[in-house]
Design a binder for this molecule. Structure first.
Ligand SMILES: *Cc1c(COP(=O)(O)O)cnc(C)c1O
Length: 461
């Protein structure tokens, strides 16, 4: 289809099913937040006006996906819906062995249970929090090797999600024999949703091949990454997103996928491998916990919805709108003087809370303090990605995270431009009174994934 040259990028859908927003007043929000122990995960969703906590499992499904759900075959084994799903994933990735799982981390648990263990080291551009937790739970080590450019937040370089190839080579040499796989997270969620360039994937793949270590993709946002390659990488503008996606997967030996992101479903995921032996091992463990290998913790209905979602996410009208809505929000916030990770990535805008709230030190959780202030101000919920999520507590010692961020994740096909305008207005208001935002202290946190259940309290002064 020929692209016409209108400047306004519109939502490429119309809305036929609506859900009311949760309006509250400030005293209600104060009460809800205090009851939740200053942890937004525990605030009831009904008391949230605009929910930017995550883009995971929060998308709106299309009419084709709902139609697919009605057609879903729920046969226990070898259902028709499994074969529909398998065909779509094989076409997408080129990998012959496809294993559905109920969400991304279920796949992580399978893979790391047969590849992990004490003494093993996994390497990545940056592990997502559940991925790291699943590796560490086996006694293995998870080592992040992000490119240095990722840490110059204001600097608008294009592919800050890249893995550092020199560090990768060194790690592969120094830890020879102990690295079961290298995992590239595309886009790099924990580092600002920044894309990984096609060139970096290719070079990492060659390095891994030379060291005989398999490369896998954590492909949760493969389509957003591919679109950003098309938009930003030299020589890629004329290609279709689908062909870029095929090339990305072609450099790897398999993938872990959370369908709750770019497969446009509310629940689901899969593993796909070139290697038959890995698939066999994963399926053995799958049966113990997730179910028979043709449904993996999902129903035939879910598999149909995921199959259609994977097709729809490659629609370039959709991707153009998707990336533009992130840019639109970022531009508005920038105009209010809010420091961001630049350039904005694929699925979220990341506010640099350390720079926005320099009066709050890392051990007082500036990202979380900003999340609480944003909720109190107008019922907007976002998530801290900083020392609450990644800080290390060893006895009385506290090791802060490398960054103190607040992530505003955009659910797919859910909010409109007017919602973005509202968020921008609220940030403008916060910016004017930011000196009054106070830090928090941690009352209680579990060992794994502390941010989900931690309790905190505001500081008095
Ligand atoms: C969400 C996510 C996961 C985990 O997937 P779940 O479906 O939430 O279990 C893994 N990796 C990345 C990059 C993710 O964004």
């Amino acid at each position: 289809m020929r692209r016409e040259s209108w400047k306004t990028v519109i939502e490429p859908f119309k809305i036929r099913s609506v859900e009311p927003l949760g309006f509250t007043d400030r005293p209600e929000r104060e009460k809800a937040l205090s009851r939740a122990g200053y942890n937004l995960f525990k605030v009831p969703a009904e008391k949230v006006l605009i929910d930017l906590l995550t883009d995971s499992g929060t998308c709106a499904m299309s009419m084709e996906q709902w139609a697919g759900m009605m057609r879903g075959d729920v046969s226990y084994a070898s259902s028709r819906s499994y074969y529909v799903f398998e065909r779509v994933v094989k076409d997408l990735t080129g990998y012959p062995h496809v294993i559905p799982v109920h969400q991304g981390r279920a796949g992580e648990r399978l893979v790391f249970s047969f590849l992990g263990g004490p003494g093993k080291v996994f390497l990545s551009n940056m592990f997502f929090d559940t991925t790291r937790a699943n590796i560490e739970a086996t006694g293995a080590e998870a080592l992040d090797l992000p490119a240095d450019k990722a840490f110059f937040h204001g600097d608008r370089r294009a592919f800050k999600g890249d893995i550092d190839l020199a560090k990768l080579e060194q790690a592969l040499r120094l830890r020879a024999g102990r690295v079961p796989l290298v995992l590239l997270t595309v886009t790099n969620n924990s580092l600002g949703g920044q894309p990984v360039s096609l060139r970096n994937i290719r070079d990492a793949s060659r390095l891994c091949a030379r060291h005989k270590v398999p490369l896998l993709l954590d492909a949760a946002r493969f389509a957003e990454n591919a679109y950003l390659i098309k938009a930003r990488e030299r020589g890629q503008a004329e290609r279709t997103v689908r062909s870029i996606v095929r090339e990305m997967f072609g450099y790897a030996q398999g993938c872990l996928m959370s369908g709750k992101k770019d497969a446009l479903v509310n629940m689901g995921g899969f593993l796909a491998f070139k290697d038959k032996a890995w698939a066999g091992k994963a399926r053995e463990i799958l049966i113990l916990g997730e179910g028979f290998p043709t449904y993996g913790g999902l129903t035939g209905r879910d598999l149909e919805a995921m199959a259609r979602g994977i097709e729809e996410v490659l629609d370039e009208q959709y991707l153009r709108y998707r990336i533009r809505s992130v840019e639109y929000l970022a531009r508005g916030l920038r105009r209010q003087g809010i420091p961001l990770i630049e350039p904005p990535g694929g699925h979220a805008v990341y506010v640099d809370a350390a720079r926005f709230l320099p009066h709050i030190p890392a051990e007082r959780f500036p990202g979380q303090a900003l999340a609480c202030a944003l909720y109190l101000e107008a019922g907007i919920r976002a998530v801290e990605i900083g020392s609450l999520m990644f800080g290390k507590r060893e006895g009385r010692r506290f090791l802060p995270a490398r960054m103190e961020l607040l992530r505003l994740a955009l659910p797919r096909r859910v909010y409109t431009q007017a919602h973005a305008d509202f968020i921008i207005e609220v940030f403008g208001s916060l910016a004017r009174k930011k000196r009054a935002i106070r830090g928090l202290r941690l009352l209680k946190a579990p060992r794994f994934l502390p941010h989900f259940t931690a309790r905190l309290a505001p500081l008095r002064s």
